[in-house]
Write a protein that binds this ligand. Structure first.
Ligand code: GDP
Ligand code: MG
Length: 666
């Protein structure tokens, strides 16, 4: 090895096994690390010198296998198969070998030099686990196995050393021997492949992939051998790999004391139970909403007091300095009522995100996807699709972006399509307000029913779409289930603060602007400033919608205007109602009774109220979401179809709710 040598090293591993952390520790780079799968979508390169030799490290997106379904798998597979990658460093989360070794076995079949970086050794130690580092390489074709901890920065030099010494190694020994009927097929295929594609270097790999009927391989190296390739042997091949992994784990993994592991297992017996898992999830979410309402309400008082103080103070101050009455009205009735009204929901938002943060950091949320796998599989989606959907309870925008982790473009579009039905936090103020006004005895239950309805609608739509398109199942879910842990206060504080900041940011921009626009729309008409709101632009526009919204029990011009305004952001439905009905502190007891009084005059009761919430749940998401969907689907057609569909769905659902509700309760 001379100083001219450059070694190209690819980092391959499951999502969340610490590749990026390891990459950053070695190269001194500062790439984003996250405790959520699917963060590294593109490849990143960095350089490191060790004993005068230059190494180029490539950080790849996390993958569970080398099949070529998802964008990440394609990127990673193409990269490791390229000739200019000299050695693969397979980063393994040593604390969950069972899952990680599946990819390892595939990499070994590829026939390139592989070095195993057993990461998270600190966790292994902490959990009282022991790994036999002598027996493990023996069972994996004598490849180098290096224990490291990317976070504690241990073992890093040993790893670089191993890379330098083993990068030119030949094909690893065969690790896994399949049953003879498969091995026979493999060697026959290898021979045929050698004849037909003399330049092909991955013979065994390609033969196995052909037996699995892997799309990309069949396209690239077609082989006319119907007597050997009579059907897909993918299932058998996968099973053999898992059988072997079991054997490996049995031989190399020991527990000094298994109390911790035992506890996680015991908890999982209940939380991820095949039958009870879903009811438990719904129960936990119901509890979250109950807390959102009760604790949120208790904290609300402080904010209301502050808002009243601000309203009176601002009005008094502006009058004192002789500001024009229209400016006072704009500031007090428009901006403060709108933006301030939204700010009083901050405690509810805060509790919601605090609860979601705790559920996520404790390791429960990752299990929800697991629990939902059964249901999702029946509707033709993988449980993996539920991860982005869980994010949707917070905000639809990152949820839509998170669909990038999905395997097939088709699945991805279907998930994007379903995500907006997960009730986002922006819809919470609507539910809080309307439920408290019209269902004062059980507001949390009323709000929760909408979350559940969103879920049900999503599942029914997935089912309908799946039946129409094709009936194939989406395959089983393979994902890490992190160990349960006590939530970390700092992590949660950061999480909640990010969300609260977003909410405040939205109040300061979108809702601020929307409140001003609404104020102008209500105070100006075709002939200039108006004294009677009935001749304002807003009323004119709203009246056009009245006959349309009437069958849904929403035939008030103010509601028409509020719903249109809500397209900018869902909270705007609430802030604009404050402005529309001239209510200064909409989230206070006084504000609510004032508003329900006004609505009652129009004959607007609980049935209308529920129809309104259903409409808000289902109708077109906010502009930010629409823009994200456009960007992620890269299709205006798809986006517009979605927007129109949701509008129609919301309308039809609200009509059904109102009509049946009126029949039942009158
Ligand atoms: P990637 O998806 O494989 O790139 O994983 P990341 O580098 O983003 O890391 C995922 C999570 O594992 C982060 O929370 C890291 O801080 C954590 N992590 C990475 N390496 C270690 C390690 O050696 N020990 C411990 N305890 N945590 C680690
Ligand atoms: Mg990464």
């Amino acid at each position: 090895m001379n100083s001219e040598t450059v070694i190209r090293v690819a980092f391959v591993g499951n999502p969340n096994c610490g590749k990026t952390t390891l990459f950053n520790a070695l190269t001194g780079a500062n790439l984003k690390v996250a405790n959520w799968p699917g963060v590294t979508v593109e490849r990143k390169e960095g350089t490191v010198f060790y004993k005068g030799v230059k190494m180029i490290l490539v950080d790849l997106p996390g993958i569970y296998s080398l099949t070529s379904y998802s964008i990440e798998e394609k990127v990673s597979r193409r990269c490791v198969m390229e000739d200019d990658v000299d050695v693969i460093v397979n980063v393994v989360d040593a604390s969950s070998m069972e899952r990680n070794l599946y990819l390892t076995l595939q990499l070994l079949e590829l026939g390139k030099p592989v070095i195993l970086a057993m990461n998270m050794m600190d966790v292994v130690k902490e959990r009282g686990m022991e790994i036999d580092n002598h027996r493990l390489p023996e069972m994996l074709g004598h490849i180098p196995v290096v224990p490291v901890s990317a976070r504690k920065r241990t073992g890093l030099n040993v790893l670089l050393h191993a890379v330098q010494h083993h990068y030119e190694e030949d094909i690893p020994e065969r690790v896994l021997t399949y049953p003879s009927y498969l091995e026979n097929k493999i060697s026959m295929l290898e021979e045929r492949l050698k004849e037909r594609y003399p330049a092909l270097s991955y013979l065994r790999w390609t033969a196995i992939k052909l037996l699995e009927e892997d799309d990309e391989t069949m396209k690239e190296y077609p082989l006319d051998a119907p007597e050997i390739l009579d059907r897909s042997y993918e299932k058998e091949i996968i099973n053999e790999k898992y059988r072997y992994i079991e054997e490996v784990v049995e031989e190399v993994l020991f527990y000094r004391n298994s109390s911790r592991e035992g506890r996680t297992d015991a908890v999982d017996q209940v939380l991820t139970h095949p039958v009870w898992g879903v009811p438990v999830f719904l129960g936990i979410m119901a509890l979250v909403f109950f807390l959102t309402f009760t604790i949120g309400d208790a904290l609300k008082g402080v904010f209301e007091y502050g808002l009243d103080f601000l309203l009176e103070g601002a009005a008094a101050f502006l009058q004192k300095i002789h500001t024009a009455p229209w400016v006072i009205s704009l500031v007090v009735d428009g901006v403060i009522a709108g933006v301030g009204g939204i700010l009083t929901f901050l405690p509810n938002i805060f509790i919601l995100f605090l609860a979601l943060g705790i559920l996520e950091d404790s390791g429960y949320m990752a299990r929800v996807a697991y629990v939902m796998d059964g249901i999702m599989g029946r509707v033709g989606l993988s449980g993996k699709a539920f991860l982005p959907m869980v994010l949707g309870f917070g905000c639809t925008v990152p949820a839509v972006m998170a669909t990038r982790t999905l395997e097939k473009e088709e699945d991805r579009k279907r998930t994007i399509f379903l995500t907006p039905f997960m009730s986002c936090s922006a819809r919470l103020p609507i539910y809080v307000l309307i439920s408290s006004m019209f269902f004062p005895k059980y507001p949390a239950a009323a709000a929760f029913s909408l979350y559940a309805l969103g879920l049900v609608v999503a599942i029914l739509l997935a089912l309908a779409a799946g039946k129409i398109k094709h009936g194939e199942s989406a395959g089983t879910l393979l994902m890490e289930l992190p160990e349960y842990k006590l939530p970390n206060a700092r992590t949660i504080a950061i999480y909640v603060w990010e969300k609260v900041k977003d909410y405040l940011g939205k109040a300061g921009t979108t809702i601020f602007l929307a409140s001003i626009v609404i104020w102008f729309v209500l105070n100006y008409g075709p002939g200039g400033m108006v004294t009677d709101v009935q001749s304002s632009f807003g009323a004119l526009l709203g009246h056009v919608l009245v006959p349309v919204l009437m069958p849904a029990g929403l035939g008030l011009w103010q509601i028409g205007v509020a719903l249109i305004a809500g397209l900018s952001a869902k909270e705007v439905v609430v802030s604009s109602m404050a402005v529309l009905f001239g209510i200064s502190n909409i989230n206070s007891a006084a504000g609510m009774s004032q508003m329900s009084g006004i609505l009652a005059e129009y004959g607007f009761g609980p049935v209308n109220a529920y129809a309104l919430m259903v409409f808000c749940l289902l109708y077109t998401p906010c502009m930010a979401t629409v823009a994200t969907i456009r960007k992620e689907s890269n299709s205006w057609g798809f986006t517009m179809k979605m927007v129109v569909f949701q509008l129609l769905l919301a309308y039809v659902a609200a009509v059904i709710v109102f009509q049946t509700g009126s029949l039942l309760f009158h």
